[in-house]
Design a protein around this ligand. Sequence first.
Ligand SMILES: NC(=O)c1ccc[n+]([C@@H]2O[C@H](COP(=O)([O-])OP(=O)(O)OC[C@H]3O[C@@H](n4cnc5c(N)ncnc54)[C@H](O)[C@@H]3O)[C@@H](O)[C@H]2O)c1
Length: 329
Amino acid sequence: MMRILVTGGAGYIGSVVTEQLVEQGHAVLVFDNLSKGHRDAVVDGAEFVQADLRDYAEVVRALRTFDADAVVHLAADSLVGESMTNPAKYYANNVVAGLTLLGAMKAAAVDRMVFSSTAAVYGEPERQPVEETAPTQPTNPYGETKLAFEHALRWHYEAYGMASLSLRYFNAAGATGRNGERHWPETHLIPIVLQAAAGESGPVTIFGDDYPTRDGTCVRDYIHVQDLARARVAALESLINAPACRAYNLGCGGMGYTVREVIDAVERVTRRQVPLRRAGRRPGDPAVLVASSERIRCDLQWAPRFQNLDEMSRRRGDGWASRTNQTVS
Ligand SMILES: NC(=O)c1ccc[n+]([C@@H]2O[C@H](COP(=O)([O-])OP(=O)(O)OC[C@H]3O[C@@H](n4cnc5c(N)ncnc54)[C@H](O)[C@@H]3O)[C@@H](O)[C@H]2O)c1
């Protein structure tokens, strides 16, 4: 049994990580300021403290009183567009708050972390699928701040032996019976298409249908949130057994999915037609972004179990329509 402090554990991915850790008999303390998260997303078996990572004393207190073995760090600001107009917010939360957390871990003698990074650290990679050895050239402050924190992790490993695994992925999707995506405003494609299907928003805009892809729309990588959570549990177990400092990509393992395929999947799942609007390509939108997961498959024997877009297009709970209004807070 491990004792894990989960930052951002009331958020979309963190709530599912917490669910899985508790299900597997681990003790979890969720540390979340609820700036984006939801208190009711935290399963009953987990402890909860509402506090901000920038509060050093509070983080040290939480780590010490909970007697944490390791940290799963998911708390962050993660809107690419917002990061372009307000980079200071991203440096403050994704770098400064992260360093505060690392300082608190050092003070509390907690020396293992699984970090939620992003494939945005690669920018616009030339080769697909993207491997961990690809150049890291972020094109926005969001990716830049995540990469800066990965670099800090590397030096904390060198200097203090603080072990960490950074998980880089593109788009989380899907839900469990209990938790799903509840962001407002929504910026991720699958929930946006679901909202349009439910009549909660206007038409979905397809930005460019003349890309050199199988149906002309952009190809992207989607990972089911339950697969993401399983990767974190595998990473934690590996860190406890063998301290290291590495980055792993998490990808869907295939050729990715086009925007058109996502829309088709939502139409199948909801049995409704999604209203569409066509627009030109957006600057800086590569035709294909797909991650290779070979490294984590070899090292940690992790592979995605959910590779079916229909499964990724379901909202939390069993169905979708009856729970439509629960997805927006
Ligand atoms: N959702 C995706 O598709 C995706 C893709 C790649 C990487 N990621 C990364 O995964 C992580 C989780 O993403 P998510 O979609 O679940 O985001 P989310 O916004 O749903 O969850 C983040 C949580 O962190 C909390 N938080 C933020 N700043 C905090 C602070 N200073 N102190 C305490 N709590 C704080 C928020 O209240 C929220 O509950 C993020 O680090 C994100 O960058 C997400």
